[in-house]
Design a protein around this ligand. Sequence first.
Ligand SMILES: NC(=O)c1ccc[n+]([C@@H]2O[C@H](COP(=O)([O-])OP(=O)(O)OC[C@H]3O[C@@H](n4cnc5c(N)ncnc54)[C@H](OP(=O)(O)O)[C@@H]3O)[C@@H](O)[C@H]2O)c1
Length: 336
Amino acid sequence: MNADLIDATLVDATAAASLARQRVAVIGAGGVGLSVAACLALGARHDVVLCARAPIEDIGIDAAEGSRRVPVRTLTDPAQATAVDWVLLCTKAQDTASVAPWLARLCAPGTRVAALQNGVGHVERVAPLLPLAPRAAAAAVVPAVVYFNAERLARDRVRFGEAGDRHLSVPDDEGGRALSRLFEGSRMNARPNADFITLQWRKMLLNAVANPITALTRQRMAVLHHSDVRALCMDVLDEAVAVGRACGARFADDEAANMLATLLALSPAFGTSMYADCMHDRPLEVNALTGAIVETGAALGVPTPVNRTLLALLRAISDASAAAREASTPGQRAAA
Ligand SMILES: NC(=O)c1ccc[n+]([C@@H]2O[C@H](COP(=O)([O-])OP(=O)(O)OC[C@H]3O[C@@H](n4cnc5c(N)ncnc54)[C@H](OP(=O)(O)O)[C@@H]3O)[C@@H](O)[C@H]2O)c1
C-alpha cells in the first residue's frame, strides 16, 4: 500500500478512535460503490474489500477538496470471499438477485447488509437472498437513501458530488444507528431519521419524474422545462404522492409542486442514471422506481394511470436492452 495515497485531512481522528474495527464488503464498483469504498478506505478505520466484476487496484475519487487515489482490496470471485460484519450493497436494484453468490459467502449470523439503492422495499428485495432464517434476514437489512451523486468516470475512477452535507439517510433503529456509527470518522455520513418512510418516498418522487422523463425523451433535465412535459411531471408526481401517503409518508399539501420546483431549479445540463443507462442501451432501474409506484398503488387501491403508461414504455426499452446485452459478447458488454 502506498502511504502517500492516504489523505489524512479527510479523517476525523477523534471519532476514529472510539469505534471497533469492522470488516466491510462493498458490492458493486459503480458510482455509489466506488464512492463508499473510497470514503471508508480513506477513513482507514475498517477493513474494506470491494466485490466487483473486474479487479481494481486503487480508486480515483474526485471530490470538492480535490482528487485522490485510494488503494482498495478487490475480490472478483465470490469463492474468494469470507464472512464480514457489514455488506454495503451498491448495485442497481435490478441486479440485486445476481449478488446472491456474494451474499452467501459474505453473510454469517451477525452480518448486517445495508442496501444503498434507490426505490422502496429494500428489505423485501434483499432479505430473501441472505443465508439466514427469514426473521433474522429481515432484521439484518438496513435500507439507505442516497443523497450524494456519483458518476463513474472510468472502471476505477468516480466523481463524488454532494448536494448539502447529508450523504445517506437511514431509519432511526438499531440497524440504522449501527450504519451511522460505521461511517463515523469517514468522509461520508449516514444520518438516522425517525421518519425514514417520508424521506424514502420523497426521494422516490424525485426519481419518479427525473429518471423516466429523461430516459424516454433521451434528453437531459432541460426537457422538464417544456410546458407539456411540466404538466406531465405534475400528473406523475400527484399519483406518486398519493401512493406515498398511502404507505405512510407525511407529505405536505404542496409536496408535488415543491418537488417539481426543486427539479426545475437543477441544472438543465444534468442527466439522470436512467438517462445514461438508456443512452448506453443498458437495462433500466424501472421496476424499483416507476414499477414500485404502480405496484404499490395497485395493492393499496391508489390509481396510477400515468405512471402505468410510463412503466409500459420503459419496460419495453429496458427489456430490449437486456436482450441485446444477452446476445452481445463480454467485450462488447464491457465497452457499453
Ligand atoms: N450514482 C448516483 O449518483 C446515485 C445517487 C442516488 C442513488 N443511486 C442509486 O444507488 C444504486 C447504485 O447506483 P450506481 O449509480 O452506483 O449504479 P452503477 O454505476 O450502475 O453501478 C452498479 C455496479 O454494480 C455492479 N454489479 C452489478 N451486478 C453485480 C454483481 N452481481 N456482482 C458484482 N458487481 C455487480 C455493476 O458492475 P458492472 O459495471 O460490471 O455492470 C456496477 O459496477 C442504484 O439503486 C441507484 O439508483 C445512485
